[in-house]
Design a protein around this ligand. Sequence first.
Ligand code: WT7
Length: 661
Amino acid sequence: MATIDSVLQENRVFPPPADAVARATISGMAAYEALCKEAETDYSGFWGRLAREHLVWKKPFTQTLDESGAPFYKWFADGALNVSWNCLDRNLENGNADKVALIFEADDGKVSKVTFRELHALVCKFANGLKSRGVKKGDRVLIYMPMSVEGVAAMQACARIGATHSVVFGGFSAKSVQERVVDAGATAIITADEQCRGGKNIGLKVVVDEAFSLGGCEAVHSVIVYQRTGNAINMAAGRDVWLHDLIKDQAATCEPEWVEAEHPLFLLYTSGSTGKPKGVQHSSAGYLLHAILTNKWTFDLKGDDTFWCTADIGWVTGHTYIAYGPLACGVTQIVFEGVPTYPDTGRFWRMIQDHKVSVFYTAPTAIRSLIKASENAPATHPRNYKLDSLRILGSVGEPINPEAWMWYHDNVGGGRCPIMDTFWQTETGGHVITPLPGVTPLVPGSCTLPFPGIQAAIVDETGNDVEWGKGGFLVIKRPWPSMIRTIWGDPERFQKSYFPTDLGGKLYLAGDGAVRDAKTGYFTIMGRIDDVLNVSGHRMGTMEIESALVSCTELVAEAAVVGRPDDLTGEAICAFVVLKRARPTGDEAKKIVKQLQDWVAKEIGPIAKPKDIRFGDNLPKTRSGKIMRRLLRALAKGEEITQDVSTLENPAILDQLKQSV
Ligand code: WT7
């Protein structure tokens, strides 16, 4: 693998900068090693200590870890707290009331600021409004919102009353919304009239209306609509209510619902290796603990920082590093509505300059596209902006290639700022393998070492450790507080996917291949080992896209989807399709490609559109009828087929499938 080779040859090492060592909460390798040692010696004591130090409990817990139902672990189970109290009220009590919590920058550049006191009041009114509609502890609330103060407040309001939220990214389709409403059994939806991105208004409420028309959403009694643009939308009498009407007469205080530590704070749907997305269920206390610790240790967030995580609240990154962690740490952060390319590709750099951002967290795909953009439009190169407020950079979502790492380091970080290449997943709740700014010598392309208390390892197919330098499956050997609790409604799938019996049933299987450097033990992630793709840091199941394609029954007889490496998006989606009609060519083929891309966008969302669609009279299959995906991956990459294809039922179709439309 190209990435692996380049990392193994990577001999640039960047020791932690002296100022980072001086100011970091975890300072120096010895401090890191002491924490790891503490966790190793007394695992539950380690997490118990941190949970007492970093969370405020209504009722203290007496048992730290309950392993009796493994792998359904329970953390701090007899303790009670409220997540919203820990994020907001705590800041009113400790002197942060008038500090800015959120700096909101709209798509059009308009800036507004909200203090912790104001956010607290908004959340309380919102929570009271939800209660007035009958939403209560344990109910599921689907949130389909733009990046906004109100989006963050919606999540916090649910947490305040003990309702379990399920945020759906604003780019997902009506069908995706409907499926998630049904699977989660949601009884209320919080949405907006429209969202503004890149100078365009995009309907959200209209998508929710369409989700209703698909059926199965009868249990939803309330749709709460935040008015973002004011353009005309439909409001169903009795069911739909404007947010501003709902909250206008509500009290600005709301006694939180004290929930047990394990109470489900949220569900977040993510792709797996079957066609059906899984509702990853997270806890309240354990999740929040790791959100706080990683914000404090990986990003070294302190009172005077201005933090900016560019993720959307529709992804887990926007949960842990926008909606919960930074608030609980009492830090000022940016919430950005727009896109990095509007009004020009200098948007990120201008915003860092204007708001004096000190810690910046983004995705490799954004970096790669901005490298390209700044070559085409030199005026938007980061060198044209004053970025000296920055002190720490972060990367997440996919491997960052060493070239992109160096560019980020030199041009954005001015050669001064360490880059935290944070490896984690929707299921892990927060960082699990990551450098720490005042500790870890950095090697471009490596996420380095486990976060203290996380027992990451690499094993073979029977669950035995492999030696450093050899690749294998990435696992975590012990439970940790912010781990996934179950898949909503499907505990069996949870156990099978994450604690497979092949590996002994006790190891958490991440689903990624990885290797540790033979000398340093540093981890490098080699990509997914299952049928999950990573396109621009977005996780997508090949089966999901295949199901979407074959559901176009008018046109499609059969489809197989694979990933192929892409310079910009990491992986690109390549679909091999057998049509019900004769194999098209020329303009006709182009037309059908467009038709199928639009179909997938409508079924799942624009992010799932295949970049490359090829047509064949059949797919390469073994005599037993199994699709040979390995061959398809080679074809997608444009590789010569050197494998023996004599067992193929139909070798001639390989020539057809070589050709892109
Ligand atoms: C998958 C998880 C974690 C929040 C965003 C994505 C890949 C994530 C890295 C990294 C290499 C990474 C893995 C993982 N991934 N971060 N720093 N280096 N790969 O969350 O949608 O649940 O996807 O993203 O393949 O399994 P997600």
